[in-house]
Design a protein around this ligand. Sequence first.
Ligand SMILES: *Cc1c(COP(=O)(O)O)cnc(C)c1O
Length: 370
Amino acid sequence: MNVPFLDLNAHHAPLRSEFNAAIQEVIDRCAFAGGPVVAEFEEEFAAFCQCKHAIGVGSGTEALWLSLLALGIGPGDEVITVPNSFMATAEAITYCGARPVFVDVDAHTYTMNPEALALAITAKTKAVIPVHLFGQTADMKPIQAVANEFGLKIIEDACQAHGAEYKGQRAGSIGDTGCFSFYPGKNLGAFGEAGAVVTNNSEVYDKIRMLRDHGQECRYYHSQVGWNCRMDGIQAAVLRIKLRNLEAANQCRRSHAEHYSRALCDLKEVIRPTIAPYAEHVFHIYAIRVPERDRVMQHLASRQIGCAVHYPVTIHLQEAYRSLGYTAGAFPIAERCASEFVSLPMYPELTPEQLEWVTDAVREAVSEVI
Ligand SMILES: *Cc1c(COP(=O)(O)O)cnc(C)c1O
């Protein structure tokens, strides 16, 4: 049996005629760059996130960058985040002129450790970006307490957490802004690049709307210098269709995760994902931790199972950030996870046979190579 890491065709097949009709409509309306279809999606996505406003942009990276700019972060400022994220989280900080500062994560949820956050604050710290890794939110209450004490802005990196909840609040609705990616492989994925910022702050909303469209309030009247970060109309049309199915798709992911975890629960060599008591997890990624990770992955590959590592090198040890001066050992939990993580196939359309094929192969790997 073949179990790809991701199977977008299986997700798209039943919706094909809906996609074709919606894309045709964008063509007929000539609503390509921003415009009415993007506005329709924004309204629906804001409601989904239990937020007042959503702003469609070109990617999750732009969502993070524009959030920082709109919240006034710039040169001389420090922004605290975690080293076990996708590079974009730190890049956005660098691209607004500020300095990324990393703190280690909780050993069970792999999200920001609020105590480490408190210890990393300096007079220059202006904001914090907790990352809702793999589909589970960070522990936001203690992070908010620290942020309130020191007057820090909170930007949620919710790029992996569409529909996740923290104590009943939707990911993205808790901080000053929430940032989403609609990269094709995310829980809500476009047919290309796209992203969104959600916020309850109308001033921040107005600012980001202007920044994403060359700083113009109305056409060709520019009150500030912005950039082109608009969402495509075709992406918005596709996202509107997929958003209607997101809740059900997330439910399938949760049920697959339960199946995986139940089938692997007796293997003491395998650390399974922890669902925090505060969390509604949406399992963008189902990552286990194993010793001899590379050999386990080789074994899974030999059984035609696609797997991946999120992420093999923590951001503070990336060559691109050598100038920040971090060394190996600075963040023991994040670094250890980077050497032990294996992400198993995870998407709503996985069949019971595929799930079993994967867990059987993990069991074989544990007995043969560990
Ligand atoms: C995907 C992702 C991003 C970047 O989103 P793009 O749409 O690819 O720019 C940022 N942060 C995290 C945690 C992500 O997973």
